[in-house]
Design a protein around this ligand. Structure first.
Ligand code: HEM
Length: 450
């Protein structure tokens, strides 16, 4: 016998839209899951939506029957305006074609080729920090992490092809573009974005400016014999498995834009949480310092060092447990399905949340406590694999997980070689959980030389 999921009634016509659009949406989702169970049903306008909040059921959705849980949601449609059809947004055969072409270049061994690009960018950042440190100035780490991860992804994609001026243009465009895209996903009402406001007029202009830069570089690359070791070159060398054809210029543009968008804010937000945690957990910080001193001393890490920095990896993983950069994800239910004992109706949408699963008391002891040893090999083996999903799961697992892990561990290790980051006395660390999980008022620190 299958159960029809129950849930809050909400208001006539609008349903629960105000709750889901509010800044406290994760608290609300937690409360309805506490009240109604592992699958909750509620209305958003006329749409039927389920919250699925159990690792067994999320695994079922993302693996066993992943074809039935597609990205055909209004949120993904909004993201498609910026990314076009890419590995992130495409579905069905179109997605498989793209993923197969691009995936080989994201294996750990290939990502190792990008290690020097990462360490060069981090080195440049730390050199700038020397002056900030000497002047005793406050450093806002959320901004600093956004800058360094954007630079890393830009250089990883295009190596030296972008002038400093281009990088500045990209940096200037990015924040407002991301903020506007986030808003469109959270409030996906197309009419709202047709109003003749400045913001709405700017949106296509931002996209066009980025397009100009990306297409220019693709054109330049096609007429030179140089083959730099960067992601663009890897994408240009990739071929469609069926036709043997290379990716079209539009495909290349869409993948590049996806990596810009998917590949920097996520890592930056997790890293700024990490600094706030280390500043408040001296014992964890001391262990990081010990590992870094032992493994690296003062030398710059190379790709092979990544696996010798297990504690740094665990600290980053535990940070993403408490503050998953992508806290909430949607899917569309194509056809009626049964998840566990629950009957889901085709044509509905589903939400599932890394934020809720990562704090689920049935799977985590003292879920609010920061403890990197949760990621010791034995503990990881014993845990349900879908109780921890910062990178999603199943066939649509994040393509950039190896990239992000290496980048984060190198930022942590290289920064630790030189500095301790101490919170300013007036630091107000509060989460803002929207499409991403970031510190609402940033993480201001004073740098102390080690
Ligand atoms: C800490 C950093 C990161 C986090 C937490 C993260 C998280 C995620 C998550 C949760 C998904 C799954 C979305 C879904 O199932 O709907 C995803 C997909 C994806 N991510 Fe990441 N990501 C990170 C870094 C990156 C980087 C660095 C890149 C590329 C350079 C990247 C590229 C992608 C792509 C292309 C997809 C779509 C994969 C597919 O659907 O086949 N991500 N990411």
């Amino acid at each position: 016998m299958h159960i029809k999921p129950q849930g809050p009634k909400g208001y006539p016509f609008i349903g629960n839209i105000a709750k889901l659009a509010s800044a406290n949406r994760l608290d609300w989702l937690q409360s309805i899951s506490d009240t109604y169970g592992d699958v909750v049903r509620f209305k958003l306008l006329k749409r039927n939506v389920y919250l699925v909040n159990h690792p067994d059921l999320v695994r079922d959705m993302l693996t066993r029957n992943s074809k039935n849980y597609t990205k055909k949601t209004i949120g993904f449609k909004m993201v498609k305006v910026v990314l076009g059809e890419s590995t992130f947004t495409a579905m069905g055969d179109e997605w498989r074609r793209k993923r197969l072409a691009v995936q080989p270049y994201f294996h750990r061994k290939k990502i190792a080729n990008l290690a020097t690009i990462m360490t060069d960018c981090i080195e440049e950042m730390l050199t700038e920090w020397e002056t900030i440190c000497d002047h005793g100035k406050t450093l806002e780490t959320t901004d600093a992490m956004m800058q360094v991860t954007l630079k890393v992804v830009v250089k990883a994609l295009f190596s030296t092809a972008l002038s400093d001026e281009d990088i500045q243009t990209v940096a200037d465009i990015f924040n407002p573009l991301l903020a506007a895209t986030n808003q469109r996903v959270v409030l996906p009402f197309p009419l709202l974005y047709k109003l003749p406001s400045n913001r709405n007029k700017q949106y296509p202009q931002f996209i066009a400016q980025l397009d100009d830069i990306i297409y220019r570089i693709i054109r330049q690359r096609k007429v030179t014999d140089e083959k730099p070791m960067d992601l663009l070159q890897m994408l240009m060398d990739a071929t469609d498995e069926e036709t043997g054809q290379p990716l079209s210029d539009e495909d290349l543009r869409n993948e590049a834009m996806t990596m810009f968008i998917a590949g920097h804010e996520t890592t930056a937000n997790a890293m700024s949480w990490l600094w706030s945690i280390l500043a408040q957990q001296p014992d964890v910080r001391a262990k990081v310092e010990q590992e870094v001193d032992q493994v690296l001393g003062t030398r710059t890490p190379v790709a092979d060092d990544f696996s010798n920095l297990p504690y740094c990896q665990k600290v980053f993983k535990e940070t993403m447990r408490l503050y998953p950069p992508v806290p909430l994800l949607p899917r569309h239910v194509e056809n009626d399905d049964v998840l566990g004992k629950y009957a889901l109706k085709g044509g509905s949408d589903v939400l599932f949340s890394a934020y809720l699963l990562h704090r689920h008391p049935d799977f985590w002891e003292n879920p609010e406590t920061f403890n990197p040893h949760r990621f010791d090999a034995d503990a990881e083996k014993q845990r349900h694999p879908y109780a921890y999903i910062p990178f999603g799961g199943g066939p649509r697992l994040c393509l950039g997980n190896n990239f992000a892990m290496m980048e984060a561990v190198f930022i942590l290790a290289m920064t630790t070689q030189r500095f301790k980051l101490n919170l300013t006395p007036n630091a107000n660390i509060k989460p803002l959980i929207s499409l991403t999980t970031r510190p609402k008022y940033g993480v201001p620190v004073i740098l102390e030389r080690r």
